[in-house]
Design a protein around this ligand. Structure first.
Ligand SMILES: Nc1ncnc2c1ncn2[C@@H]1O[C@H](COP(=O)(O)OP(=O)(O)OP(=O)(O)O)[C@@H](O)[C@H]1O
Ligand SMILES: [Mg+2]
Length: 310
């Protein structure tokens, strides 16, 4: 296909780690399509609003207008990241992730609430409040074992399987003393330490893999030594995954689900999914698909703007 030079874009990847695989993969995919790619650290942006045009300063330097931004916002700076995305939008850039959608998906409890409210099956979950009796909580989940999760956990670090009531009680108490917000879930034992990660871009599943925990471990995080391989989703799973992403208001997302006796149960919809594992394991060019999605949206906007000017 001949290259359309009218489509050339100035794109900023919002990332705190220029060397990270996902950042580099997006930069490479953009450059392969001849776009001007920049990496902007959202934590170094100074946002200026009011009296005149909105601006973003990067040190002493006022950032130029970008056609699009692709946010890669880490969990520890979600709020800040959302305000930076809004500022880029005020400066007329298209963002691959809307700030409200980022905020909503980052809060695991709100994410599960939203999905459940819209009829999507999730593991039975309770939000634990400090000082509560643990026994009724455990009973409301159908008994032991249970999975205790710190709401701010990533890479499986704050995710614990409690097989006895005594363990459940002491773990919950210890975390709550430290001020951690917790959710507690029924344990989906029949998943046998495996979960599925599906990557969705622009309403299509572009890659999916099954992650399998190493022996003696129930968490299937690659960071916890799990192995992974490409997997096909069933038609029902594909419909479900796409629906979950749409409900969360996202166009680019990673969806994690467990295969349970009562069908797929969604654990999380992630607005900044890592690309390294999934691209390496499935061979899919996820970054390329993200750039193509951004191209499509920018093209639509330009078309719309030139028509409204006529
Ligand atoms: N209710 C559950 N039943 C069985 N296994 C579970 C359950 N919840 C989590 N797991 C296993 O533990 C792993 C880690 O849990 P989870 O994905 O919720 O936390 P995390 O990986 O720390 O968070 P994030 O995905 O945001 O990085 C999952 O990938 C899954 O293999
Ligand atoms: Mg996870």
């Amino acid at each position: 296909m001949p290259f359309d030079y009218q489509l050339l874009m100035k794109i900023a990847i919002l990332s705190r780690g220029p060397q990270l695989y996902s950042t580099q993969s997006l930069v490479r995919a953009g450059m392969e399509r001849h776009h001007e790619m920049h990496i902007v650290d959202h934590a170094r942006c100074t946002l200026v609003v009011g009296r005149g045009r909105p601006q973003i300063f990067y040190g002493d330097y006022a950032l130029p207008r970008f056609d699009a931004v692709i946010p890669r916002i880490g969990a520890s700076v979600t709020g800040l990241g959302a305000t930076v995305i809004s500022q880029f939008e005020m400066m007329d850039a298209f963002s691959a992730v809307r700030p409200e959608a980022l905020l909503q998906s980052r809060d695991k409890l709100r994410c599960l609430q939203k999905l459940a409210r819209c009829g999507i099956e999730v593991p039975r979950t309770v939000a634990a409040v400090p000082g509560q009796d643990i026994m009724p909580l455990v009973n409301s989940l159908g008994g032991l074992p249970i999975v205790i999760k710190m709401l701010e956990s990533t890479h499986g670090v704050g995710v614990i399987l409690a097989e006895s009531f005594h363990t459940a009680e002491s773990v919950i108490e210890a975390f709550q003393r430290k001020g951690e917000r917790l959710i507690i879930q029924e344990f989906i034992g029949e998943a046998r330490g495996a979960d599925i990660r599906a990557l969705v871009v622009a309403g299509e599943v572009v890659a999916s893999m099954e992650r399998r925990a190493k022996a003696g471990e129930f968490r299937s995080n690659l960071h916890r030594g799990a192995s992974a391989e490409a997997v096909e989703l069933s038609p029902d799973e594909e419909v479900l995954v796409k629906k979950a992403v749409k409900l969360m208001g996202l166009d680019v997302a990673g969806v994690d689900f467990l295969r349970s006796r009562r069908g797929p149960l969604i654990m999380e919809v992630n607005a900044s999914p890592g690309l390294e594992g999934i691209e390496g394991i499935t061979g899919a060019d996820v970054a390329g698909r993200i750039i193509e999605f951004v191209e499509q949206r920018v093209r639509e906007r330009r078309h719309f703007q030139s028509n409204t000017r006529k």
